[in-house]
Write a protein that binds this ligand. Structure first.
Ligand code: 0RA
Length: 689
């Protein structure tokens, strides 16, 4: 959707923005085009037609409500989950204008809902801050909904209009009187467009919580009315803004100091609003969350650069003034001041520019200037006024500096000869013969037996296999120096060729694709989480640049006689059975799927077999639990063959999620871990935490 925004703002069709005015009426609404393109290429506008895109519809409507609330119109936004996959968003804003548009002769409401980018948010007309990345407009939601109703309270009246697939069912009409102002948008997503139209409660509640932290003073209410007999209500309201967010992130961690640093200020010079909170913990990594106009920027950007520059500068200045840095050239490095740092950086900016692989990196240079100035000054004052906090922070930084020096020494001895000169690739690595990194792949495989199958089944020219034995070290609790003492991690780092920590250089990456291949069980998920966390913490660029993948081995093999299909998820299972049975009914030869070896015996092992009869035909469904149950050919056919395999490319969001799970499973706080294990006790067997 960011792409679309950029295109739209460059488009010659975009009319010149009108002058800002206090009377924001229908005339300021700019019109670009109808909704056909949205239904044709929904992904362009909402990113995907999967679950992310589905929820995007809600965020889109809510963004408009936030814009109103942040401009001072309304204090509460209510999201209702209704029966039959309907949702509604109610706000107390000014209400979408309903008067006829002078140029188009239809009501402004109808234009806002039926024309792309109609809404006056482009060009800085009536809005202080535009919705940014999400801001594709409510018309996009309308286009992708089989039903939508807009209700507007304005000028003492209640107005209403209904739509089907973006088309108005009738004109806007007044249906009664109303007190106050506001807009309610109720919609039902189009199931012919989305993979599923069932909203996920957890996703919604997580998003609302996060948005509530970012919109200090606005109350967000979630009313779950899907079962009318059993409604429930949740409300989020955080007076402390992002300081409350930092407190939430650090909950259960060892706080290094009591007072959370907080600043919220408009930088006059750049007109950028900056809100930042900081607190150090005893953790070894940093947790910094960046937002521009309430949109998360997992890849950071200019606001993060400004923050880092000011943080390093102010802590060095403080330490030097207190006589803690004695030598002239002795300094705390950026890494030293980031260890154990929890921070939230939120900026509000007029025309956000997003860049990077996922269009989630803030590119505006004025954001750097603003954050560096606002945060830097306020943090300097904080350190002076809170000596106990300042001392604890600086002590933590010095500790980090010492550990880093020890790590550097350890790394040098461990890695210098090995990784950099390519002399001692680990013995367990079955490397590929090609030296061309752009075509090479490495499979990180759980266990020696699966590793053996993978070694035999692979394409030796381009595919390398690294079997990992047992659990890799818990990187959450370990520091770099200790990590490098772990053989499994050492092997992996040497095999990748990039080095780690300060010495990391992606130019030396020996493989284009790094594929995590683990079993489809709890242990497999655990090892995958560990690996993802390792990459997230120590090799984030490998994720950002799309090098990390997760192999997708089949879950089942469905057999009828000698014919079979590999099945990768439960939804496919029924279809595979129906197809195989149907093909037999039609008395035609069954397509054996990926595998040429259809008369091979089914591998023995602990796989479970289920027999059933469908339309008089015996169907045999074999469940695969481990990679080790497949012979080399099967592993190649189903999971490794680049022509036919399915692989999931890991995004930074996947890695973030893995880390959250990880925090619960591995972090310092025992209570949530206990809860997690108790809740999952039935499904989790050998969880060694
Ligand atoms: C166009 C212009 C104005 C407000 C809105 C759209 C608006 C849209 C949505 C969508 C959900 N809630 C909304 N609230 C407002 C400005 C109206 C004015 O100046 O009175």
């Amino acid at each position: 959707m960011a792409k679309k925004l950029t295109e739209a703002s460059k488009s010659s069709k975009t009319s010149k923005p009108s002058k800002p005015s206090s009377d924001y009426g229908a005339s300021q609404i700019q019109v670009l085009e109808g909704l056909d393109p949205v239904r044709k290429r929904p992904g362009m506008y909402i990113g995907s037609t999967g679950l992310t895109g589905l929820h995007h519809l809600i965020w889109e409507v809510m963004d408009n409500s936030f814009d109103e609330a942040m401009a001072g119109h309304g204090k509460q936004i209510t999201l209702r989950l209704l029966p039959e996959n309907m949702v509604s968003v109610e706000d107390e804003g000014r209400g979408i204008p309903v008067d006829p548009h002078p140029q188009f002769k239809v009501s402004a409401l109808e234009l806002v809902l039926t024309k792309l980018h109609a809404g006056g948010k482009f060009g800085g007309g009536g809005y202080k801050v535009s919705g940014g990345l999400h801001g594709v407009g409510v018309s996009v939601v309308n286009a992708l909904s089989t039903y939508l109703k807009a209700e507007v309270k304005r000028d003492g009246k209640l107005w209403e209009q209904e739509y089907a697939c973006g088309k108005p069912k009738a004109k806007v009409k007044s249906v009664g009187t109303a007190k106050g102002t506001g807009t309610t948008i109720t919609f039902r997503p189009d199931e012919s467009i989305f993979e599923s139209i069932v909203f996920d409660f957890q996703t919604i509640i997580d998003h609302l919580r996060q948005q509530a932290y970012l919109t200090k003073g606005i109350k967000l209410v979630l009313a779950d009315e899907r079962d009318p007999a059993n409604p429930s209500v949740y409300a989020f309201y955080f007076e402390g803004g992002v300081a409350s967010y930092v407190r939430h992130i650090n909950h259960g961690k060892e706080e290094k100091h009591k007072n959370i640093f907080y600043v919220h200020k408009l930088d006059e010079a750049t007109d950028v609003e900056v809100e930042t909170a900081v607190q150090y913990t005893g953790e070894y990594h940093e947790s910094v969350y960046c937002y521009a106009n309430n949109i998360t920027n997992p890849e950071g950007g200019m606001h993060l650069s400004g923050f880092r520059a000011a943080l390093t500068r102010e802590l060095n200045n403080y330490a030097r003034n207190k006589g803690l840095l004695k030598e002239k050239d002795q300094n705390l490095s950026g890494d030293d001041v980031r260890e154990g740092l929890t921070a939230v950086i939120s900026v509000k900016i007029k025309e956000p520019q997003f860049e990077g692989q996922t269009k989630a990196k803030l590119g505006n240079p004025e954001a750097r200037t603003a954050v560096e100035a606002v945060f830097g000054e306020a943090f300097r004052i904080f350190l002076e006024e809170h000596p106990a906090d300042a001392e604890a922070i600086v002590a933590k930084c010095f500790l980090a500096a010492q550990a880093r020096a020890a790590a550097r020494a350890a790394r040098d001895t461990v890695l210098r000869k090995g990784a950099l000169e390519g002399l001692t690739l680990p013995g367990k690595l079955a490397d590929c013969s090609s030296k061309d990194a752009s075509i090479s792949e490495i499979f990180i495989v759980e266990g020696d037996s699966a590793g053996g199958s993978a070694k035999q089944g692979r394409n030796r020219e381009i595919q390398a296999i690294l079997p990992l034995r047992g659990k890799i070290l818990n990187v959450e609790r370990a520091r770099l120096d200790k990590m490098l003492g772990n053989n499994e991690i050492k092997s992996l780092v040497i095999a990748l060729g990039t080095n780690i920590g300060e010495g990391f250089d992606i130019a030396n990456l020996r493989y284009d694709k790094i594929v995590i291949m683990t079993d489809a069980d709890v242990d497999g998920a655990h090892i995958r989480t560990l690996l993802l966390t390792l990459f997230y913490r120590y090799f984030p660029d490998l994720i950002h640049q799309g090098h990390i993948y997760i192999a997708q081995p089949p879950l089942y093999r469905v057999n009828i006689g000698k014919n079979f299909r590999w099945v990768y998820n439960d939804a496919e299972k029924e279809k595979a059975i129906a197809d195989l049975v149907g093909d037999i009914g039609k008395n035609k030869k069954v397509d054996p799927g990926f595998s040429p070896g259809s008369d091979e015996p089914i591998a023995e092992g602990e796989s479970e077999t289920e027999q059933m009869e469908v339309s008089g035909v015996k169907v045999n469904i074999q469940r695969y639990k481990g990679l080790g149950e497949m012979n080399p050919d099967q592993l190649w056919d189903t999971t490794m063959n680049p022509q036919t395999r399915i692989m999931k490319q890991v995004t930074i969001e996947d890695a973030e999620k893995a880390e959250e799970v990880f925090d619960v499973l591995m972090g310092a706080d025992v209570a949530p871990r206990k809860r997690f294990i108790q809740t999952h006790a039935k499904t989790v067997k050998n969880l060694d935490v």
